[in-house]
Design a protein around this ligand. Sequence first.
Ligand code: GCO
Length: 254
Amino acid sequence: MTNPFDLSGRTALVTGSSRGLGRAIAEGLAKAGARIVLNGVDETRLEHAASDMHEAGFDVLTAAFDVTNETAIQASFDHFDQAGIDIDILINNAGMQFRKPMIELATTDWQRVIDTNLTSAFVIGREAARRMIPRGHGKIINIGSLTSELARATVAPYTVAKGGIKMLTKAMAAEWGEHGIQANAIGPGYMITDMNEALISNPQFDAWVKARTPARRWGKPDELAGTAVYLASSAADYVNGQIIYVDGGMISVL
Ligand code: GCO
C-alpha cells in the first residue's frame, strides 16, 4: 500500500527556515522524504542549518533571500527554473514580531511587519503558483497564528498581518484550486522560539500562557511538523483554504 503522507520526489521551499518553526517544519518534511530548499537572510546561519540537515542524511539546498525583496525573490525563482528545481511545496513561514503599543507605533514599523509577515507570502506564493499552475499541482502552506483570529495588545501589525494570512490562504484556494493547488494555513499557538524569548522569560506571561492553554504548556516547534507533512501530502488533496490551529487547544477555550 502506498503511504499517503510520503513526500519523496517532492521539493519544498520553506521560508525563514534556518531556525525556529521554519527549521522544525523543514526537518519534518525532510523526514517524510521531501528535498528541502532552506531559506533565510543570514547566510552563515543558513549554511549552518543546511550542513546540520545534510549530516542528518537529508537532501537540502539553500536559497538566501530576504522575503521582502521582490527582485531577490524573482532572481531565486529564475535560478530554480534554470537549475530544473520545481518547487512542489511552498511553506510561507518567514515572519517577525515587533511589540509596541499602537499609540506609539511608527508607520515604518507597521509597514515592515506587514511586508515581512503578509506581503511576502503573496509575492512568493504568486511566483510559486506561476510555476505550479502549468504542472497542475502544488501545495502552499502559510503560517498564521492565534492572532489570525484574536488580538493581543501591543502586537497590532502582526495581528493584522496574520489575519490577512488567513484570508490570503482562502484567496489562493479560490483562484488556484482549479489548477490542482491546495493552499492551507497552520495557526501555531504559543511556541518556544527565539521570537518569543521575551514572553517565555516573563513570569507573568508564562503563567498566563500555561493557564490559558488546555495543554498547560508552551508548544515545541517540532509539534507543527506532522500537520505540515499532512497538508503537504496527497492525504490532503481535497483540503483547501483551511487554517488548522496547533495550539494545545488555546483558541477553543476562554
Ligand atoms: C506575541 C507572540 C506571538 C504568538 C502568536 C501565537 O507577541 O503575541 O510573539 O507571535 O506566539 O500570536 O499564535
